[in-house]
Design a protein around this ligand. Structure first.
Ligand SMILES: Nc1nc2c(c(=O)[nH]1)N[C@H]1C(S)=C(S)[C@@H](COP(=O)(O)OP(=O)(O)OC[C@H]3O[C@@H](n4cnc5c(=O)[nH]c(N)nc54)[C@H](O)[C@@H]3O)O[C@H]1N2
Ligand SMILES: Nc1nc2c(c(=O)[nH]1)N[C@H]1C(S)=C(S)[C@@H](COP(=O)(O)OP(=O)(O)OC[C@H]3O[C@@H](n4cnc5c(=O)[nH]c(N)nc54)[C@H](O)[C@@H]3O)O[C@H]1N2
Ligand SMILES: [Mo]
Length: 707
């Protein structure tokens, strides 16, 4: 018998999730045998989610892409032949060079998001390469571009609340966030608060597993949150529940706001939101009276016509009541601003920053159809993303991907719906096969993610992919001569005060480190104001609105500003949903929240997770089902003017009447008519930060009767 050699490593979950778990990884004979949550990590607390517990199955899936591939059949059918890296790189450089010579570098469009969340291999990993070529810039706002912009406009780039402080909160509003599915490791802190007497309120069209555990679930018509928040302000102001000192000292625009919300009565908001006026009053009164009070917002808040304004209004609430004074009071959005990542170093400069074509990733369908106003796109380079599933306007997008004259490269783990349209597919390494460092958008720990095993076949980390491409394309940038370890040294501002005592060596040995900030029991950075906005105060009236509809540089290859303008309201303002209610042909309001068992579209191809999630489903209220003759688990057609798809009806009173909920992330399947939920969504922007409008889509549902 040969002795097996087993070793334990501390690593990190690579996914785009607020929890950024610390994982204990057992490697036996060069293979990852199992992973478990690190019991010592104060946020992971020993648990992992249903997506990641069987990570070895993901790593060693027989479907994993192991070699570069060249397309041999029609686009979309997924027929490929294996080629070498040399062949792939030669073909890519020859084709890209020819396209750039003929049509200019802007005819090349990179497309990426956070398939991998590593500081090196994630959001910005391709930027230096594409900026070096001078290609079009990809604007990446389809996750939280709107919420982040609204946050920056209102309270500035602040970590604001330590999620571990939530144990001190006495009133917790979970607003458009499914904590138990999407931010699982925050739940124990909320539960502890609840045990200590906190009231937990969930504002959501769906009574999901989180709302089930809340003390009060308030169903709301999608896209009407701004009306609710403005009505809460109305009550707080009119019933004299304002913390006048906090408002006077630490906000700007209060007097204008008082006039602005004078007519925003609970009765007015009831009509918009579907929430009884008395409930709105109770919510506002309880929220204002409780201390500390905390609002946890999710991404769906921003995903409608006045979603950004809804977020601005919600971010304004704690300054009216002075909630920021206490530990565990305020708003928890994303504490990413605490991490001193050198984003400028990571994305590098673009040679034509002032004039370059910027393509929002949300407008890929329009762009590939040549229906945008700028330079036509001749080559698309996708990595860390699966636009054929995750972006709206799916039918037009897939027609664009099928264009014969479009040269498409996709770097992937699996043959995704997007990769099937590629001319060249490149195999990417997974976590445990490369080294990285993880920031977090859900807690205050940096986590080390070391290489533990060799990547299989010809897989390479994204860092190496762009090193190889820079070399064949002659992008002369010393960054690409650095090893991953050397890039890590430059990726963070190690001299920032919050990094005091944290070194790469310490991270290598301990696996993670809490940023050097006050302890969670003592963390109330805005007890005395000090907001990092232009005025230093909470901007109820936003001075940044004067700059138009801006997007943080981080989300556009480092390019600041606001190339195509757009007006932004100075005071938070409500506009009704654009689609729902207008057209009697499509009376139902579609939302597409995250799937419990998928990670966006990842794991949608894995038997276990797909089994847990079930097939493409359309969840609707018994009243709506009955009116249409739809029974539970029957096949239905969901449609609007953009597209149609098939789904299994799930009839449940957990979805409020008038709403259809279809979890996102399913891959195309012949069984369900190929299209997935984003075929029904438009590419319309929300009001702030060019956010998507996934929660502002009208549809109808009908039974499919077999002939
Ligand atoms: N299991 C799992 N976890 C994930 C992910 C995943 O795909 N699966 N994805 C990760 C990513 S990238 C992100 S950004 C986070 C997002 O995590 P969340 O912020 O929780 O995102 P969603 O599930 O999109 O939406 C949350 C809730 O908003 C509700 N909602 C929809 N429209 C509206 C509306 O107009 N108003 C109100 N009040 N509520 C509305 C939905 O019913 C849903 O319950 O999750 C991360 N974690
Ligand atoms: N209808 C609807 N649409 C949505 C949302 C919604 O709630 N509803 N949510 C939006 C949100 S919040 C987000 S964040 C986006 C997510 O959009 P994406 O980030 O595009 O989401 P994923 O499905 O995770 O796709 C990432 C892809 O990258 C690949 N990948 C992972 N790691 C690596 C790597 O190291 N290298 C390379 N080359 N590839 C890798 C994965 O295999 C996967 O196919 O979707 C948005 N779309
Ligand atoms: Mo996201």
């Amino acid at each position: 018998m040969t002795a097996t050699e087993s070793q334990q490593f501390l690593g990190a979950c690579p996914h785009d999730c607020p929890d950024t778990c610390s994982m204990v990884v057992t490697v036996t004979d060069g293979k990852v045998e199992k992973v478990r949550g690190n019991p010592d990590h104060p946020f992971t607390r020993g648990g992992l989610c249903v997506k990641v517990t069987d990570f070895p199955n993901h790593l060693y899936s027989p479907d994993r892409l192991l070699h570069p591939l060249r397309r041999v059949g029609p686009k979309g059918l997924g027929q490929f032949e294996e080629i070498t890296w040399d062949d792939a790189l030669n073909e890519i450089s020859t084709r890209l060079r020819a396209i750039i010579d003929e049509d200019g570098p802007e005819s090349v469009l990179p497309y990426s998001y956070l398939g991998n969340m590593g500081i090196l291999n994630g959001l910005t990993v391709g930027d230096r390469f594409f900026n070096g070529l001078g290609t079009s810039v990809s604007e990446r706002t389809f996750c939280d571009g709107g919420g982040i912009t609204a946050y920056l406009m209102t309270v500035g780039p602040t970590a604001a609340v330590d999620p571990e402080s939530l144990v001190h909160s006495r009133y917790i509003i979970i607003w458009a966030c499914n904590v138990l599915s999407n931010n699982l490791h925050l739940w124990p802190f909320i539960e502890e608060a609840q045990r200590n007497g906190a009231k937990v309120v969930c504002i959501d069209p769906v009574r999901h597993r989180t709302a089930d555990k809340a003390d009060w679930h308030i169903p709301i018509r999608p896209g009407t949150d701004a009306a609710l928040a403005l009505a809460m302000m109305h009550v707080i102001i009119n019933e004299d529940l304002v913390d006048a000192d906090y408002v006077a000292d630490h906000t700007i625009g209060y007097n204008d706001l008082v006039d602005h919300v004078a007519d925003c009565t609970p009765e007015w908001a009831e009509v918009e939101t579907g929430i009884p006026a008395d409930d709105i009053r109770t919510l506002a009164r309880e929220y204002a009276a409780a201390s500390p009070s905390l609002i946890r917002v999710g991404v769906a808040l921003e995903r409608s016509t006045s979603g950004g304004n809804a977020a601005r209004a919600v971010f304004s609430l704690p300054s009216l009541t002075g909630a920021w004074r206490e530990v565990g009071g305020g708003v928890l959005q994303m504490p990413i601003w605490a991490f001193p990542v050198n984003w400028d170093e990571l994305h590098g400069p673009h040679p034509n920053a002032d004039t370059v074509q910027i393509i929002n990733q949300w407008r890929l369908g329009e762009t590939l159809a040549g229906e945008h106003s700028g330079t036509p796109i001749k080559s698309l380079f996708v990595y860390n993303s699966n636009p054929a599933v995750v972006a709206g306007d799916q039918d037009r997008l897939r027609r664009g991907l099928a264009r014969d004259d479009l040269f498409t490269v996709v770097s992937e783990h699996f043959m995704t719906d997007t990769a099937r349209y590629a001319d060249i597919v490149l195999p990417a390494a997974m976590a445990t096969e490369h080294t990285d460092l993880m920031f977090s958008w859900g807690h205050l720990y940096l986590t080390h993610a070391p290489k533990m095993i060799e990547p299989p076949g010809d897989c390479v980390p994204n860092t190496e992919l762009f090193r190889r491409l820079a070399s064949v394309m002659g992008v002369d940038d010393p960054w690409f001569e650095l090893t991953d370890e050397e890039q890590l040294e430059r990726a963070m501002d190690w001299s920032a005060p919050q990094m005091d005592g944290i070194t790469l060596d310490r991270l290598r040995s301990d696996g993670y480190a809490r940023l050097n900030l006050p302890a969670a029991d003592d963390y109330r950075p805005h007890a005395e104001g000090g907001f990092p906005t232009p005025s230093g105060k909470v901007e109820l009236a936003a001075s940044m609105a004067g700059g138009g509809n801006f997007v943080a540089p981080l989300f556009r290859q480092g390019i600041p500003g606001n190339q195509d303008g757009g007006e932004v309201a100075v005071l938070p303002t409500y506009l009704p949903p654009a689609e729902t209610g207008d057209d009697s042909r499509f009376p139902l309001s579609l939302i597409s929240p995250k799937a419990h068992a998928f990670m966006n579209s990842q794991y949608g191809n894995m038997d276990k997770q797909l089994g847990q999630q079930g097939p493409q489903a359309c969840r609707l209220n018994p009243a709506d089902a009955e009116a249409r003759g739809i029974t539970d688990r029957s096949l239905v057609r969901v449609f609007n003017d953009r597209s149609e798809l098939q789904a299994m009806a799930r009839v449940t009173d957990s979805v409020m009447p008038g709403v259809v909920a279809m979890p996102m992330g399913h891959w195309s399947s012949p069984e369900y008519g190929e299209a997935t939920v984003n075929a029904l969504n438009s590419d319309r922007y929300a009001d702030i930060g060019r956010a998507p409008t996934f929660s502002d889509t009208a549809v109808e549902v009908e039974p499919i009767t077999s002939a």
